[in-house]
Design a protein around this ligand. Structure first.
Ligand SMILES: [Zn+2]
Length: 225
């Protein structure tokens, strides 16, 4: 019964968006954020390369046994959210998943995107609702471009997607991923939902890669699990 009521609320919400507004949906608030590997605390993994402003805009994670020991290990969503990108960017990034999260901070609803790069396999699709700790893919090597590792980013700016060059690579646009996780291990959430804007990315063009079609609002009629 509760599921049905929520679905009615979602459909009403989507219908109220109108044609000119960007597509939007509802998402379960994140109750906490966990590490994307060795959940919940990155057990068995270590950071091999950290975040540097205007340089490496995320963190690289590998198995404790060193690069290669983690190939095809599971990668998990750090929190509840909606998959906003799940695409193969070929030898630019390999397979990439981006998940958008809503959470309460100082009494206000805030949003962040988590990005998981160089995946061997993508196990989710755009528009899918995911829960914290749900497997979204496996650690990969970006089609042989790198030694296997997870490249993990946290975006404050919800327009970045995979287009680093369109925005300054600083802390106004990015979080230091582990700092974000460690500061958001326990959150006020309950079973509440929040409105979530979609289709906000500047879609990149890479040499030899077909232009990325924008995300469609109809892709985001969500399930409520
Ligand atoms: Zn990296």
């Amino acid at each position: 019964m509760r599921k049905k009521l929520l679905l009615v609320a979602v459909l009403g919400f989507v219908a109220a968006q109108g044609h000119s507004d960007p597509p939007a949906t509802l998402v379960r608030l994140s109750d906490r954020f966990d590490y994307p590997i060795g959940k919940p605390d990155a057990l068995g993994y270590r950071m091999s390369r950290g975040f540097t402003p205007h340089g490496h805009l995320g963190e690289d994670w590998v198995g404790d046994g060193g690069s290669g020991t983690d190939f095809r290990d599971p990668v998990f969503s750090i929190g509840n959210g909606i998959v906003t990108l799940a695409r193969d960017f070929r030898r630019a990034w390999g397979n990439v998943v981006v998940i958008r999260h809503a959470f309460i901070e100082q009494g206000q609803v805030k949003y962040a995107d988590s990005l998981y790069g160089h995946l061997d396999r993508i196990l989710v699709r755009e528009g899918q609702s995911v829960g914290r700790g749900e497997q979204i893919g496996t650690i990969g090597n970006a089609h042989g471009l790198y030694a296997p590792h997870l490249h993990f980013e946290m975006h404050k700016n919800l327009s970045i997607g995979v287009c680093h060059t369109a925005f300054p690579g600083d802390l106004t646009n990015y979080y230091v991923p582990t700092e974000f996780l460690n500061a958001h291990r326990s959150l006020q959430a309950g079973s509440r939902v929040a409105a979530l804007a979609l289709n906000s990315y500047v879609m990149p063009t890479f040499p030899g890669i077909p232009a990325m079609p924008p995300l469609q609002g109809s892709d985001f009629l969500i399930n409520t699990r």
